[in-house]
Design a protein around this ligand. Structure first.
Ligand code: AR6
Length: 171
């Protein structure tokens, strides 16, 4: 698996699957979630509503992932995952790792070759970026996925630098 870094907007990435840092409701929100629904159009939300009626009546639990169409995005699928809210008093890093691992498991099921990830949990959910980057990079490299390219799409230079350092650390 090749891991690449891009400074930019994940909604502009021509990849097989874009990962969304969603919340358990699957019904949209701010940050990257808001951007994906805005740029992807109403088809994504319609499928999310359907998932709430069928598979996830109580919402998608933290650490899990599920796919929908990508609507009007230049991708085939959106893989919605829910990262944990950062807690300074409780170690939730296993849930953050699970969000990346489960997203790749869904990508493998779909047959996706290229997958773009944002820095899940590192925005509204408050995860310190250096630690979030370390967990993200280590988890995708250890996942044993058939995905050919994982592209981390970072929205700011600080996030990009953190991922670059995390990637350098693993050699
Ligand atoms: N492309 C790439 N990265 C982005 C984009 C974009 N268009 N927009 C924001 N980011 P966040 P979370 C970065 O808050 O912390 C939502 O309301 C952002 O700078 O989107 O997992 C959901 O509905 C940050 O580095 O996700 C949930 O309620 C990273 O994406 C909650 O936020 C993640 O920030 C999830 O919080």
């Amino acid at each position: 698996m090749k891991v690449t870094l891009v400074l930019g907007d994940i909604t502009e990435q021509p990849v097989d699957a874009v990962v969304n840092a969603a919340n358990s409701s699957l019904l949209g929100g701010g940050g990257v979630d808001g951007a994906i629904h805005r740029r992807g159009g109403p088809q994504i939300l319609a499928e999310c509503r359907e998932l709430r009626v069928t598979e996830y009546p109580r919402g998608l639990p933290s650490g899990q992932a599920v796919a929908t169409t990508a609507g009007e995005l230049p991708a085939r699928w959106v893989i919605h995952t829910v990262g944990p809210v950062y807690s300074p008093s409780e170690d939730r890093s296993a849930l953050l790792a699970s969000a990346f691992r489960e997203s790749l498991r869904v990508a493998d099921e779909l047959g996706a070759q290229t997958v773009a990830f944002p820095a899940v949990s590192a925005g509204v959910y408050g995860w310190p970026i250096d630690d979030a980057a370390r967990i993200a990079v280590a988890t995708v490299l250890a996942a044993g996925s058939s995905v050919a390219e994982v592209r981390f799409v970072l929205f700011g230079q600080r996030e990009y630098d953190a991922f670059e350092a995390a990637l350098a650390d693993v050699g």
